[in-house]
Design a protein around this ligand. Structure first.
Ligand SMILES: Cc1cc2nc3c(=O)[nH]c(=O)nc-3n(C[C@H](O)[C@H](O)[C@H](O)COP(=O)(O)O)c2cc1C
Length: 347
């Protein structure tokens, strides 16, 4: 039996709903709205320790007006893309602000998880370590490497970056749970992420054995998300049929001026003219030029032809209106229960 995830996050209501630590997108406003609604709010670090510290200060001030106690840790999480961060730059920020959760993802090599987990535990012993991975073997490997407090199982449907190939949540969660149990890690809770767009998806993930659910794409339609342009959110709301109109690939990174991602990662985004050109055989040089030209406008390339990259998961078609992040969390709790009850009535 996985140990109860609720012990360490006393403000969290059941079932646990979290927003993804989307670097540049998930700041203090989003994280605190999620936490104040009884979810687990995450800030995504965007390779700038100074900016992260400012967001954490902001989060502390926003939370101070809520009923949620700030005790030994700050009741939010902070996510790091390991490949992009310098460990020595963020250790002091973590020691100072002590977030309840430290999220680690996307290392150059799996062993980096162990190095980071050790440093983070030293910097803030009461923070819990959550690690996001994308496969069954990776879940067991990471459990062996660094005993994470929670494993986040990222399915192939997920928006943004991850490792391919991968499976959908309905096979990834149960198989990972079985293998973790068999390897002696039955106490590590698992969170499902990727392709969940509403309460029905939350109920499905829980039925598959998840101890909570994390979403990125759904929160792209929140009031509090930080977006590079309003057209980004318009594109999210307009998108339908996410399995067809989003795709995973490296092309979305390849067309940018600077490629920072290690080759083992790709990302899911809305299909775009650049993607279509790529399928039609247009060369990378030409694609890069078109992309660079498109992002100079006031809409930064997110409007018009939409050559700027709009990261989104395959649940994007379920995301239809902009809401306060807290309302998204509350609605997910209610509708997942209703979905579960409906499912039970079919037995
Ligand atoms: C716009 C966007 C940005 C993301 N940025 C990050 C990030 O900085 N770090 C990270 O670990 N995951 C990131 N992710 C992936 C999420 O952690 C998560 O796996 C994903 O959002 C779950 O799938 P969903 O989008 O279908 O809900 C991002 C996802 C999106 C949509």
């Amino acid at each position: 039996m996985a140990s109860s995830i609720y012990t360490h996050y006393p403000w969290v209501s059941r079932p646990l709903i979290a927003n993804a630590p989307m670097a540049d997108f998930a700041g203090a406003r989003l994280a605190t709205s999620v936490t104040m609604a009884g979810g687990l709010g995450f800030i995504g670090s965007a390779m700038n320790a100074g900016a992260l510290s400012t967001e954490l200060e902001k989060a502390k001030s926003l939370l101070s007006s809520s009923q949620i106690a700030i005790s030994s840790t700050l009741p939010i999480g902070v996510g790091f893309l390991i490949f992009a961060e310098k460990l020595e730059n963020v250790v002091a920020v973590i020691a100072q602000h002590r977030p309840a959760v430290i999220w680690l993802s996307c290392p150059p090599e799996s062993q980096d998880f162990a190095i980071w987990a050790k440093a983070m535990r030293t910097a803030s012993p009461e923070s819990r370590i959550w690690i996001q991975i994308s496969g069954v073997a990776a879940a067991v490997e990471v459990a062996q490497l660094c005993a994470p407090d929670v494993l986040v199982l990222q399915a192939a449907d997920a928006g943004g970056h991850g490792r391919s190939p991968g499976a959908g949540l309905v096979s990834l969660i149960p198989e990972s749970r079985d293998e973790l149990d068999a390897a002696g890690f039955s106490k590590i809770p698992v969170i499902g992420a990727g392709g969940v767009g509403d309460g029905r998806g939350v109920a499905a993930a829980l039925a598959c054995g998840a101890d909570g659910v994390l979403m990125g794409t759904a929160f792209l339609a929140s009031i509090e998300v930080d977006l590079p342009a309003k057209e980004y959110q318009e594109a999210i709301l307009e998108a339908v049929d996410g399995g067809v109109n989003t795709v995973r690939g490296t092309i979305f990174d390849d067309i940018r001026a600077k490629i920072i991602w290690p080759t083992r990662y790709d990302g899911r985004a809305l299909t775009s003219p650049s993607y279509q050109d790529y399928l039609d055989g247009v060369g990378l040089h030409e694609l890069k030029k078109k992309y660079a030209d498109s992002i100079t406008g006031s809409d930064k390339g997110f409007g018009g032809e939409r050559r700027a990259v709009i990261w989104a998961g395959s649940a994007v078609g379920l995301v239809k209106e902009v809401k306060a992040a807290g309302d998204i969390v509350r609605e997910l709790r209610e509708t997942s229960k209703a979905a579960f009850d409906r499912a039970c009535s079919k037995f």
